[in-house]
Write a protein that binds this ligand. Sequence first.
Ligand code: MD6
Ligand code: FE
Length: 207
Amino acid sequence: MQLYSEPFNLRPGMWYLPARADSLKLLPLIESVIEQAPLRHMEPMRGFVMSVAMTNCGDVGWVSDRRGYRYDPNDPLSGKPWPPIPPMLKKLALDAALEAGYPGFEPDVCLVNCYQAGAQMGAHQDVNEIDYDHPIVSVSLGIPARFFFLPGAQKKGKSQSLDLNDGDIVVFGGDARTCYHGVRKLKPATHLVTGNVRWNLTFRHAR
Ligand code: MD6
Ligand code: FE
């Protein structure tokens, strides 16, 4: 495992905080969320199923279906509210935001993404939240993934990449808050704690 190191500024507003999260401690919390709100492959369009399995915890949850993308207070699978964000997860996100220079972050949703080998996430912006003054805190656990981002809020320019490993955190705020980003197709790998999957938790202030 990588030793503690200083925050690395990837571009204005965007910080890489290596090896800040402990998958051994966090995985049971993720499992408890999934027991209440199971992972599912969302279907943004007829005939297109996302390769990443998702669920949420928090006051609202990010959902995608043929009606579009939105934050919903209820899990459409059960019709019930999403489970709350476990306090230890919320604290991790708050501490990371603070370390990256964003005090007072108040996440009200955590989107839980689960990747298996072959899963990927195309270039997108996270723009369904009301207030871009709050950053997004992204926590990666398990097998590595190559994360890429474009310089700005347009789908153009030279992409930069970095490998996100177990425990790594990326904070998107300020000028970087609306930049395009995504995840390349995952290669098969095994991690001692998570097995053959990668987890990514993104904490947002949606409403
Ligand atoms: C992922 N992350 O790492 C996908 N979004 O699996 C994201 O889409 C993301 O890392 C907003 C801010 C940070 C992120
Ligand atoms: Fe994103």
